[in-house]
Design a protein around this ligand. Structure first.
Ligand code: MRU
Length: 351
């Protein structure tokens, strides 16, 4: 049932075009570096871990296109291709983490040697990033599942599901696992303006899995909490700083404030690869600002006057003090976060 948003088979990179969901489940192949870059930029592939995985395979696409004749030329091309992919989106650290892993691949040999061994090693590394992400998401779900008990209402924001990873997801992996264990609960999915990842993707995934899911507009969360329908919030993240401040889809911070006001536990589900302990706190996390047309012309329909000024930050930062815990592939991390997250960051790529 789990969606497979990124696949690499016989040297071909295929993704689900997530901009078309839920109306159409369409797979497209990314044959050039420009196609990979634009698929990430346009959110055809999205979600922090999936962006990293797609970029790792995207490196292979870019290198193939360049036909490097020697090891030296291949190493040079790797740098150019990785640098270009790194400009696609700024917030999800998994993109830079995956590209750094690809850049660190090395093989012995003279610079004039044929690059075949190097290319094979790069392919193994991209595949390892993919495989690790799948198993990490499964483990993370198993650690988080006991948080959900029978009769719970669980709120989530954006899409941190199988579509946002190599499979299973982060926040949704917790729900898939609890569901497999027979737990009966209801998920409230925020629609997630402006691009509606919650309405289009999260409800699609949960409904396919047979999980009880109810869609709400973002501005309904307070009322739904006040009515006592929510016992737990679980979201994903794109980058978590050393102190535990967590960047996630715009609107997450507001949900965390509401959860605090209603004494509802607020959990962030992340693989270690989403940790960026080089940044002291959330103020240092780069926040992507996207085209105002996403707000004023949502899904091709004009919904604001011509010429209106629009501010469209795609992410916000939830301060660590509002976070009850991080659900990771090593277990659940509670405050104080700094030392514990630093330990996990050291385990990156080697969970
Ligand atoms: O802009 P998007 O759709 O890439 O944003 C995605 C999110 O904010 C997710 O919650 C986050 O990447 C975690 S995905 C496991």
């Amino acid at each position: 049932m789990n969606a497979n948003p990124v696949t690499w088979e016989s040297g071909t990179l295929t993704i689900i075009d997530q901009t078309l969901l839920p109306a159409e489940l369409k797979y497209i192949t990314l044959d050039t570096l420009d196609m990979v870059w634009s698929a990430i930029k346009q959110l055809q592939v999205r979600g922090a871990p999936a962006i990293g995985v797609c970029a790792a395979f995207g490196v292979l696409v870019g290198l193939k296109e360049r036909h490097p004749a020697t090891l030296k030329a291949a190493r040079h091309a790797l740098g150019i291709v990785a640098d270009h992919l790194a400009t696609s989106r700024p917030t999800a650290v998994n993109l830079f983490w995956a590209l750094d892993r690809m850049r660190s691949v090395s093989v012995a040999g003279d610079s004039d040697d044929a690059p075949s061994q190097f290319l094979a090693a790069l392919e193994r590394e991209a595949q390892a990033i993919y495989d690790e992400d799948r198993s990490v998401c499964k483990r993370l779900g198993a650690y988080g599942a006991p948080l959900i008990t029978d009769g719970d209402g669980v709120l989530t924001h954006c899409n941190a599901g199988g579509l946002a990873t190599s499979g299973y997801g982060t926040a949704l992996s917790v729900m898939f696992c609890a569901h497999e264990k027979g737990r009966r609960f209801r998920v409230y999915a925020d629609e997630t303006r402006p691009l509606l990842q919650g309405a289009r993707l999260t409800t699609w995934e949960l409904q396919r899995a047979g999980i009880d899911v109810t869609l709400i507009c973002d501005n309904m969360a307070a009322q739904v909490m006040r009515e006592g329908k929510i016992n737990l919030v679980i979201v994903g993240a794109d980058r978590v700083a050393a102190n535990g401040d967590a960047a996630n889809k715009i609107g997450t911070y507001g949900v965390a404030v509401l959860a605090k006001a209603h004494t509802i536990p607020f959990y962030v589900a992340i693989p270690h690869s989403t940790l960026d302990c080089a940044l002291p706190d959330g103020d240092a996390i780069p926040i992507e600002e996207r085209d105002g047309a996403e707000v004023s012309h949502a899904f091709g329909r004009q919904c604001a006057p011509d010429g209106i000024a629009v501010y469209n930050p795609a992410f916000d930062v939830t301060p660590a003090r509002l976070i009850t815990g991080f659900i990771t592939e090593s277990g659940i991390v509670h405050p104080p976060f700094s030392d514990r997250l630093a330990l996990l960051a050291g385990k990156q790529g080697n969970p």
